[in-house]
Ligand binder design. Structure first.
Ligand SMILES: Cc1ncc(COP(=O)(O)O)c(C=O)c1O
Length: 387
């Protein structure tokens, strides 16, 4: 190659899901059917009413056009109504920007807040795309340590010790990907006030929050929440729309105004068809979302009960909706080595612990939310049999 590439990007690890899928492709043709606990995708489709709404909307020529950068006013209004029902939120459409997945919302937040060389405190274990994005932008992730006995929950004292003049934000994910752990509202408040006291942002990724029973937290009830909080949201998991790339950034109007400069140059807007699907979900599917939440809770209980029965050398370290975070029984072997063997020999796709941050080689993430209840016993049987 006669030109050089961005050193920050070159230093970032390749996408882990693609790596795992390559292992799966190495299996013999006559091997048992694959059990995919790798990428977190609801195994069910959006409801029929939403699909026929999308079909109808596709017939309207307007649907093929751009929308305003921040998204259609009526869709952002529907978001606000949903947030008032879900979070008792004090929110209005100027605080909402619809994005191409939560992934783009994270980039908007980071580019709006940080310069290259700044620091963001990242709680371990962390969602792998976050350090990948930070690394690509030359922003330094400063890791808050993982404590297994605290289920990976953030500790305000440890986080406070990591704050330096270069810190721009504390980044949290609740429910956590990969542990499934939900940050309790009181703890979240303490972290919010810690960020406020240090005049830094609290970035809260709530991609899985629709799988929490009841109101996830009360931060949105505060008058001035936008002075500290930026929320990253994905509706991909809520409405089984992962491929539609339905994300959102909620923040103070001034943050949104700045972020829109980036949105305009990056994606312009969330696709209109996605916005129309999202609006249908927001206006009509509270009950459907709640039914799926209960189903996921049932799946979680079944998975963790069976996984924890004696005779399984893999040990559950934490779990919640969608995810189990387990310690593998091979000290000295990396998560990558174990996950690769599980894929090739047992036909189970998992993600190695180390993709969720440094020092986590002893763990694996299992996205059991991907598989139906009837597939759970066979999945666990394969872990038990694995030597
Ligand atoms: C914690 C977390 N944040 C963000 C995302 C990305 O969401 P989206 O598909 O809406 O970009 C995911 C996807 O799995 C995730 O787990």
């Amino acid at each position: 190659m006669r030109f050089s590439l961005n050193e920050h990007v070159k230093a970032v690890h390749p996408p882990p899901i693609s790596e795992v899928k390559e292992w799966a492709a190495q299996r013999p043709a006559d091997a048992a059917a694959l059990i995919d606990l790798c990428q977190a995708v609801p195994d069910y489709a959006p409801p029929a009413g939403m699909i026929s709404h999308i079909q109808q909307m596709a017939l309207d020529p307007l649907t093929s056009r751009y929308s305003p950068d921040e998204g259609l006013a009526e869709v952002r209004e529907s978001v606000c109504h949903r947030y008032r029902r879900r979070y008792a939120a004090k929110i209005n459409p100027e605080q909402v920007c619809l994005t191409v997945g939560a992934s783009a919302a994270f980039w908007l937040a980071m580019l709006t807040l940080c310069h290259a060389g700044d620091e963001v405190i990242v709680q371990l274990p962390c969602y792998f795309d976050h350090p990948m994005a930070l690394g690509s932008l030359g922003i330094r992730p400063v890791y808050a340590p993982y404590k297994e006995n605290e289920k990976g929950l953030p500790n305000p004292d440890s986080i406070a010790r990591l704050i330096t003049p270069r810190t721009r934000a504390i980044l949290l994910v609740s429910p956590s990907n990969p542990t499934g752990t939900v940050i309790p509202p009181d703890l979240l408040r303490r972290l919010y006030f810690l960020a406020q006291q240090h005049r830094i942002a609290l970035i809260l990724d709530e991609t899985y929050s629709d799988f929490i029973e009841g109101m996830p937290h009360d931060l949105f009830t505060m008058e001035e929440w936008g002075s500290t909080l930026l929320q990253i949201m994905s509706f991909g998991k809520s409405y089984a729309l992962t491929g539609y790339r339905a994300g959102m950034l909620a923040a103070a109007p001034e943050v949104i105004r700045q972020a829109l400069k980036i949105q305009d140059t990056m994606t312009v807007c969330q696709p209109r068809i996605t916005q129309l699907a999202l609006q249908y979900g927001l206006d009509h599917l509270d009950q459907w979302v709640e039914i799926n939440r209960r189903m996921m809770t049932f799946r979680h209980n079944l998975f963790t009960e069976e996984f924890s029965l004696p005779g399984n050398r893999f040990r559950l370290a934490a779990s919640g909706s969608f995810f189990a975070w387990v310690k593998h029984p091979f000290p000295g072997k990396s998560g990558r080595e174990v996950a690769r063997r599980l894929a090739v020999e047992a036909g189970i796709l998992t993600l190695p612990g180390e993709v969720f941050g440094p020092g986590l080689e002893d763990y694996l993430r299992l996205a059991f939310g991907n598989i139906k209840e009837k597939a759970i016993p066979e999945a666990i049987h394969r872990f038990r049999r694995f030597a």
